[in-house]
Design a protein around this ligand. Structure first.
Ligand code: MN
Length: 469
């Protein structure tokens, strides 16, 4: 039976987040939006992740205005976003009223697929966002895509992932995304895992696979996953594909052409679009934002199971301390810390928390002599439930015997009105409150810039440009 494989194009979000610190500007996307809309992709990932932060912090763009503009030009293909569960697009848990308002505003402004994940795979951190997506999606035909972060450990068995998929489906997921942020999922493992997931999920529930090509296995992972019944895969146009980004779109479409999995996408239509993004990539390289090295295969992750971004963080921390010679010791300490903490998947923010703690353990010559505030919070259960049991002796040593066992957001009072009050002098739309809730001072700085530009009250501030023209 012929089974058309669907493709999500990530050139507008993860491709430049992974290769160029999320610095692609809206004006660099605009000329190609109608063409991208005509390709026949399942979705165009274009918002969420780090784009929101980058718009406010570096690009002087209103992220909501970016979304509305994308929607104006992309009429047929759903725009996809990445949402960090109860953290939304920020770095801490928010109260439920803020989560609901954020989801509603995202859908109302044009999001068609919301991919929602939690770094610890604690479904209680997805509950509120998923309920909100399902509450508002109907009016706009949006899709609720619940995510499982893939990782390896003695407790992360196929059975664990399959049960998790079933739970998320029961909670109201239309799609299940398997998110391999570090490219550690291997082709034959992917085959087995997706076969098993397909067996328990409803035939209408789509499986969406996300990986990168950091370690060079990405295309093979997709191919085996498709043979196992995977419905959708994430690719990035070759100008910003491969390496730390997604496997490239064009070779993958060519690979499937004429087979039972044929995507139906006309590869020739992609050529002019890719030519355009080649120029954007050149601009980013010229500005020192895109380092061509990100396109090379890096097998370190396959060996140390440490994601690329985390490895470079470790190295810079050690370099600062003048202890680069301790890198091997630190790499060996990472799996120990991870075990002590109940095997969290290594994705933001847990990757940084575990990595920094490993460095402290080595540099202090004593394990857990010093701990970061974040490591304590992780061990206490403030980020959510850890699937392995954290080490009791260590809990005692760092003063974490009193642990959080409820859904972390149950401890947060409603906070939307408080945020609204705090930023009222800059209020122009409900979305501004949400920008402020997530990025406080960074949002205020942007509001000031916007005010100056609109009212021309401070010509100098209004002229401020991040990039030379
Ligand atoms: Mn990714």
């Amino acid at each position: 039976m012929a089974k058309k494989v669907l493709i999500t194009e990530t050139i507008l979000r993860d491709a430049h987040q992974s290769q160029a610190a999320t610095r692609m500007r809206l004006d660099e996307m605009l000329p190609m939006l109608e063409r991208l809309d005509d390709i026949g992709y399942y979705s165009l990932e274009g918002w969420g992740g780090a784009t929101f932060d980058s718009c406010l912090r570096f690009l002087n763009e209103d992220p909501w205005e970016r979304l509305r503009t994308l929607k104006k030009h992309i009429k047929k293909t759903p725009i996809q976003m990445l949402l960090r569960g109860q953290n939304l697009l920020g770095y801490k848990h928010y109260a439920d009223d803020v989560v609901e308002k954020f989801v509603e505003a995202s859908i109302r402004n044009g999001i068609g697929v919301i991919r929602v994940f939690d770094a610890l795979n604690d479904e209680r951190n997805l509950e509120c966002a998923m309920k909100a997506i399902n509450k508002y999606k109907g009016d706009y035909g949006a899709v609720c895509e619940a995510t499982i972060c893939y990782t390896t450990s003695p407790v992360h068995t196929n059975k664990y992932f399959v049960e998790k998929a079933k739970v998320l489906e029961q909670m109201g997921a239309d799609n299940i995304c398997l998110k391999d942020m570090a490219n550690i999922l291997l082709p034959y493992t992917a085959y087995e895992l997706i076969k098993d997931m397909k067996k328990v999920l409803k035939p209408t529930t789509k499986i969406h696979l996300h990986t990168h090509n950091t370690t060079g296995t990405g295309d093979m992972v997709y191919l085996k996953a498709i043979e196992a019944g995977c419905d959708i895969v994430d690719c990035a146009l070759s100008s910003m594909g491969n390496g730390t980004s997604q496997p490239a779109t064009e070779p993958f479409i060519a690979t499937l052409k004429g087979t039972e999995y044929d995507t139906g996408i006309d590869i020739e239509k992609l050529l002019p679009i890719n030519e355009h993004f080649k120029k954007v990539a050149e601009r980013l390289e010229k500005d020192g934002i895109l380092n061509p090295k990100v396109r090379q295969i890096d097998v370190n992750t396959l060996i140390y199971q440490v994601p690329g971004g985390m490895l470079s963080n470790l190295m810079s921390q050690l370099k600062q301390a003048g202890k680069l010679d301790k890198l091997t010791d630190c790499l060996a300490e990472v799996p120990n810390v991870r075990k002590d903490a109940g095997y969290p998947p290594l994705v933001t923010p847990s990757s940084q928390i575990v990595g920094t703690q490993a460095v402290l353990n080595i540099l202090q010559n004593e394990r857990y002599k010093m701990v970061t505030k974040e490591f304590k919070a992780l061990m206490k259960g403030e980020y959510g439930q850890l699937i392995g049991e954290p080490d009791v002796e260590i809990l005692k040593k760092i003063g974490c015997e009193d642990r959080v066992t409820c859904r972390p957001a149950d401890l947060i009072e409603p906070e939307y009105e408080k945020f609204k009050e705090e930023m009222k002098e800059y209020y122009t739309q409900e979305e501004d409150v949400l920008s402020y809730a997530l990025f406080n001072q960074v949002a205020i700085n942007f509001f000031k810039y916007r005010l100056a530009k609109d009212k021309k009250v401070d010509a100098d501030l209004a002229k401020t440009q991040i990039y030379p023209v």
